[in-house]
Design a binder for this molecule. Structure first.
Ligand code: ARG
Length: 441
């Protein structure tokens, strides 16, 4: 029993179990299997169980293997012989699949809400920092300056795709398995489509074997949560880097950082580190479930009980991480002066110098070589790049403005690019996208 019991974790499905049972009881009444009186008495017993569960006065007994058996036992104690009809035409196999779909459908909405809240903070902060620039990186080497807003929104768009995936997963899971019975349906005149409608499902199962053995929706949800976690982890990694003395781009608020038990000066980015670290669990939950599913013959097998703990854990982990990371982002200080200094390094304008030559007719490969040679000379001989640009036969005084502080970032004008013009348009598009996602959640 200690090995097989699932009550300690599946009691979390209690509310959905009651919802599923109510719909089933109404279906039994419609089929004439329960009289109206019996139906009323079972429904009121289910209400009484709900009150006991809410008030935590529900007494579990040692033979309660899972939440389904516990509720049915108690309903029968309260309603007597009518209660003993509750499980007619139903199995825990279609019951647990129904409960878990109802649960997941709702919880996905919670994750989306939290994700939207984080996107709102990214948008607010992007608007607040205006045209502040930051180095853009490739290979973690400074590449070209971009607006800080552009960098922040890059994380925001990744979260939009997460929301899209979650909504898509929720649409696909919106199918009722209730009425599949243990595996094959029933000899009783049940109407699964009517119960599906009663439960607010968009559709009903087409194949009873599939209905009780399908956990695609759990695997998909775990993937979506794992990838959302990976996105949070990448943002977390940048917060960790940016808050180092070496970068110095970002200051952590006291409330969102942690001291060291030994080193008095420390302000540690534990929230970001735990977000990064817990992403390992999210990935593990997905791979664990896929391994559980991979060799299962049809239809229900008890292995499927292993679907719940990873799902609960991933949901809890992501919801907590989203909340903590949202607060961390909202409360951090951007050191715009430090970012500007890094973004304004003369070498950050190298591509702009080359593109200036291109717009005057030089083939890009030649332009690349000319500017590359100037940068090398500047580094080797310790001569300021701006002087070399001024005295260059190809570039000359007309091109010097390109290495002036703050100029390079303004040169990225193409749609979706990192300069002020396209970023202004992007801020609007992102705000519109958030509002649209709020509306469809
Ligand atoms: N606790 C089980 C689970 O989570 C419920 C279904 C049990 N069904 C069965 N035939 N033993 O999957």
């Amino acid at each position: 029993m200690a090995f097989t019991v699932s009550l300690p974790f599946d009691s979390r499905l209690a509310a959905d179990d009651l919802t599923g049972s109510r719909a089933h009881v109404r279906g039994l009444a419609r089929a004439g299997i329960l009289t109206e009186d019996e139906c009323a008495s079972v429904l009121s017993a289910l209400d009484a169980v709900e009150v006991e569960l809410l008030n935590e006065t529900f007494v579990f007994v040692s033979s309660d293997e899972d939440i389904h058996t516990a509720v049915e036992r108690r309903v029968t104690e309260i309603a007597g012989p009518a209660g003993a009809k509750l499980h007619t035409g139903r199995s825990r196999n279609d019951q647990v699949a129904t409960d878990l779909r109802l649960f997941t459908k709702r919880e996905i909405g919670v994750v989306i809400d939290k994700t939207l809240a984080m996107q709102r903070v990214l948008l607010d902060r992007a608007q607040e920092v205006g045209e502040a620039a930051v180095p853009g990186y490739t290979h973690l080497q400074r590449a070209q300056p971009v607006l800080l807003a552009h960098h922040l929104l890059a994380h925001g768009w990744a979260l939009s795709r997460d929301i899209d995936r979650l909504i898509d997963a929720r649409r696909r899971l919106d199918v009722s398995p209730l009425g599949a019975g243990a595996l094959a349906g029933s000899s009783l005149p049940l109407d699964p489509a009517a119960t599906a409608e009663d439960l607010g499902f968009a559709d009903v199962f087409a194949n009873s074997l599939d209905a009780v053995s399908d956990r695609d929706f759990v695997a998909e949800s775990l993937f979506d949560l794992a990838l959302l976690g990976v996105h949070l982890s990448r943002l977390a990694e940048e917060i960790i880097l940016w808050s180092t003395d070496e970068f110095g781009f970002l200051g952590l608020a006291d409330a969102y950082s942690t001291g060291s038990s030994m080193l008095p000066q420390k302000k540690n980015p534990d929230i970001a580190e735990l977000t990064r670290g817990k992403t390992g669990r999210l990935i593990g939950n997905l791979t664990g479930l896929l391994a559980t599913l991979k060799a299962l013959p049809l239809a229900y097998n008890r292995d499927l009980q292993e679907d719940k703990e990873p799902l609960f854990d991933s949901l809890d982990t992501v919801v907590l991480a989203l909340g903590a990371m949202t607060g961390l982002l909202a409360s951090s200080t951007f050191r715009l002066d430090v970012m500007a200094e890094a973004a304004n390094a003369a070498t950050a304008a190298a591509t702009d110098l080359a593109e200036w030559l291109v717009s005057n007719g030089t083939p890009f490969r030649d332009a690349h070589a000319i500017v590359g040679a100037l940068v090398r000379k500047s580094l080797d001989e310790g001569i300021a790049l701006r002087e070399l640009v001024a005295s260059s036969p190809e570039l000359g005084p007309d091109a010097v403005f390109l290495v002036d502080p703050g100029i390079a970032v303004t040169r990225r004008t193409t749609p979706g690019g990192g300069g002020p013009e396209p970023v202004a348009a992007q801020l609007k598009a992102f705000a519109t996208r958030i509002a649209a996602d709020e509306a469809r959640n």
